[in-house]
Design a protein around this ligand. Sequence first.
Ligand code: ADP
Ligand code: MG
Length: 688
Amino acid sequence: MRLEASIQEIKGIGEKTKQLFAKIGVYTVGDILLHFPRTYQQFPEPLASGEAAGEGESACAIRGILRQVPLVHRGKRMEITVATAYRQEAEPVELIWYRMPYLRSQLKPKIPYIFYGKLLTEKGRQKMEQCAVYNEGQYAALRESLQPIYGLTKGLTNQMVKKTVSQALDAVEFPADLLPGFVVEREKFPGEEQAYREIHFPETFDRLLEARNRLVYEEFFYFLLCSQLQQQNQSAVKNNWTFPPVAKDDLVERTAAALPYELTAGQRESLDSLRQDLRGAFVSQRLIQGDVGSGKTVVAFLAMLDAVSQGYQAAIMAPTEVLARQHAQTFGQMLEEYGLPYEVVCLVGSMTAREKRMAREKIAGEDGLFVVGTHALIQDAVDFRQLALVITDEQHRFGVRQRETLTKKGASCPHTAVMSATPIPRTLAMILYSNMRISLIRELPANRLPIKTCAVKTEKRPTAYRFIEREIELGHQAYVICPLVEASEKTEAENVLEYGEKLRAFYGGKISVGILHGKMKPTEKNRIMESFAAGEIQVLVSTTVVEVGVNVPNATVILIENANRFGLAALHQLRGRVGRGKDQSYCILMDSSKGEKVAKRLEILNQSNDGFYIAEQDLKLRGPGDLFGVRQSGDFNFRIADIIQDAGWLQKAAADVEKLLKEDPGLVEHSHLHEYARSFMERNTYVL
Ligand code: ADP
Ligand code: MG
């Protein structure tokens, strides 16, 4: 069976299971093999003699012997096998199996076995149902192994995924080695097939690590190879746009001078670089990296103004509709305020068909236009006219392929820029964005006071609410962030719907409380966001939909519920929603955990407002045990690799790809690598 074969070709996978798998992005046999375990579980050590299992705990293992062969009862609907396991210095345990009469001939008396299952107490007697039975040797081997735990969806069990993976492993023909020989030799990597086997069903922790190393390397290798191949196709594209050299008192400069603030050095440098790019001989790609609140939007606006004032179109794409609308509004206001005779066209999913058509017609027919939108911009058929510059805001939410489609639009290739707040070290950024030039905005605007941050336990909630009330009396606004939309049985965490009610009750009509979450219709979300921006809503209870880019400078407090459930990078992004104006801002981290361990982690946010520092410290606090737990920088959605934790592999892979392409630029002698690179690009949409 080939990797590209449909998942349905695996025995036992019918239409229904196929659809469940589709929900987790698994369509082919190759996909299921790439559905790596989220984490692993180990079989527990057998209970010591005399040790009792705690009630309601997860499965445990007991050592015991049978004094006689099991008995089989013929029940009405099935056969029931029963036996008693006698333990040393502990109560015996009743064992019950349904539909497994053959155990009677398999289990022998007087031989020590390990029984593994859930221990229940019924009428003072302990019992285990459907437990697994091992001899000492078998169980010792199992203890070494790690059991995969997969990402699931409703209706799909871990057992089903395990079984499917196992069948796929046996059925598939693995391609010839997908890494250059010199790499495999140098690193002594396990083979392709072994790596896949051990990542899913590791026999030991060491072998798991070996397998993971190979797959991490391989993912980086192909990511980098693909981006180099793309670049070979792209970087020599001539720039067709003719921009006059920057005049001393041009419109962009005059507008910058009219701003109520002075641009920071980083903003200035980024803007100048972008403007030079527009005048370069080749089409450019630039990354603008700047922490939350560093003022990337105005840089985008001014660079776009440069293009628009020369009669070209310039577009900015945002990851969310809320953010796109916000940009459209900000741009519109600036154009009006500075008397600039240009227009903003907004194109987002929630517009009516008629509105969309009108926007598209404008984009197809008019020169000198600011275009603002979301994915809708790319996915729908949009005919740009004279599109000279495309800026992607918070691009780490977009895929490589999506970006490409836009780049192909219009007769000539536009210059592209990406604005990102993801704090990755510069050395890594240069590798990951090897096809881009990088500008860094290091500093925050000078008028900013550092956000005061504190972590408190939940009994401090009333104090926090009164603190928010005081800020609101001063004319400010507040965010409250909850992890969930609505109450959930599975997860114990605050939810927006109930919390909104609770806060309304607490403030008793004195303060207007609004709610916002991802399950709302886009138009409803926009309405809420606009009314918060206008100051009509004073406290906004929201999920993390506000995480990226939303700018309401009058908001000075953000209270984050269940802060312990978020990664530090996410908390830092959330915190960046305040501290955007001249007033002192505050971030209250509500820690609902019991112990002190979390407090130490949250303390890092108190120490620093610097995203790079926070990412580094967060990493230091994690031990090797977290390797398969929380992802360090999930933003990049690599399947298995983690750019921070696996930075060493990233660097090696970069050097190897360079070497390979130098020796064999067209990959003539490595055609199977070339072929796999193509399918790799088809399969993965990396979001950088
Ligand atoms: P981000 O980099 O997170 O996208 P924004 O572009 O949303 O940040 O800017 C945040 C706020 O800072 C905005 O209200 C903007 O008007 C303001 N701002 C931008 N540049 C400066 C500056 N040089 N001095 C003062 N305020 C600025
Ligand atoms: Mg922004």
